[in-house]
Design a protein around this ligand. Structure first.
Ligand code: TYM
Length: 333
């Protein structure tokens, strides 16, 4: 809470252009949470991104375009605090303190660590292991109440809560204990090429994901190639028909239809119709975002102003928490 308002915080890594999975699982909810009784902090998590090798020029560009995309999705930088993680030094400061309150065993259980270390076997760095601690610092620095995320980040919210509860027990009531907030539909959009895997912006196979700024032609092509199954019936059954169910979930996320309505819409039709219909719904849904994104990318000075203003406002709140934490640790504060 800050001035009687609930605090909302979330982040997204600039490790590529966001996918429609990022959009329906998280970004779409960010502007919806803006309200009179809430203060939202939305962060471009570039410190997290370097746990995997990044080209600095590409990272800089992705950071800028991600700020533009957040605004294009409806985040209002006057009502919310939009900032870049590395611009607020307190994230690293608190992260170190929390590292000393987190157990190796807890971190070793994180499925994202296991996934990423098998994908990047040549670069299993310590940052990859302590990634959830930095994420806990992001959340706890702002005394966040609500953290909107997709399904894949739920485990990281759980460990953040565990760290905060333990810290409070040992050092006094310093942190608000946050709650995760996951949408009912679209919390886990799967890859178009491998429906057993989540859709990811860093997928080396570009046919696995549709990005928010893909052209209509690219979106159509990717959906046409989407993996389905061979029984030819359009029915929602994630266990036995993961590819078709994923398309239906994307379709309902973009049209607002219920699953029963979507099944009825495609009853008796072949998979071609489902793929086309879903691509069309995605293209239509992304149109206004893409137009606003292009406009904003023409105003680079404005985007830099947003980042500077966000960093200043985020730093003020973050510094207050670090001061309390340092005092509790016995450091000069
Ligand atoms: P990241 O950048 O991987 O994803 C950003 C958000 O998108 C959600 N998401 C998905 N939702 C549905 N289907 C998918 N296929 C899909 N892929 C991603 C994620 O759950 C996330 O909400 N560690 C975070 C970034 C972060 C953060 C934070 C989040 C850094 N600090 C503090 C919350 C609070 C991450 O890598 O998200």
């Amino acid at each position: 809470m800050e001035n009687g308002k609930k605090i909302v915080l979330s982040g997204i890594q600039p490790s590529g252009i966001p996918t429609i999975g990022n959009y329906v699982g998280a970004l779409r909810n960010w502007p919806l949470l803006q309200g009179e009784d809430r203060l939202c902090y939305y962060c471009v998590a570039n410190l997290h991104a370097i746990t995997v090798k990044q080209d600095p020029d590409v990272l800089r560009q992705n950071t800028l375009s991600l700020v533009a995309l957040l605004l294009a999705c409806g985040v209002d930088p006057k009502r919310s605090v939009v900032f870049v993680q590395s611009d607020v030094k307190e994230h690293c400061e608190l992260s170190w303190v929390l590292n000393c309150s987190t157990y190796m065993g807890e971190l070793g259980r994180m499925t994202q660590f296991k996934d990423k270390s098998s994908k990047h076997a040549d670069n299993i760095n310590a940052g990859l292991f302590t990634y959830p601690v930095l994420m806990a610092a992001d959340i706890l620095l702002y005394q966040s109440d609500i953290v909107p995320v997709g399904e894949d980040q739920r485990q990281h919210i759980e460990i953040c809560r565990d760290i905060a509860i333990r810290f409070n027990k040992n050092h006094g009531d310093i942190f608000t204990i946050p709650e995760g907030y996951t949408p009912k539909v679209g919390a886990r959009v799967m890859s178009l090429q491998n429906p057993a895997q989540k859709m990811s912006k860093s997928d080396p196979n570009p046919n696995g994901f549709a990005s928010i700024i893909d052209t209509p032609e690219a979106i159509q092509k990717k959906f046409r190639k989407a993996v389905t199954d061979c029984d030819g019936v359009v029915r929602y059954d994630p266990e036995n028909k993961p590819g078709v169910s994923n398309l239906l979930a994307i379709y309902t996320s973009f049209t607002g239809m219920s699953m029963a309505e979507a099944e009825a819409r495609f009853a008796g039709e072949n998979y071609g119709a489902l793929k086309n219909g879903t691509a069309e719904a995605v293209i239509e849904g992304l149109k206004p975002i893409q137009a606003e994104y292009s406009r904003l990318m023409g105003s680079v000075d404005y985007l830099h102003e947003v980042m500077e203003d966000g960093a200043r406002r985020a730093s003020e709140a973050a510094a207050r928490t670090v001061k309390r934490v340092y005092a509790a640790m016995g450091f000069n504060a």
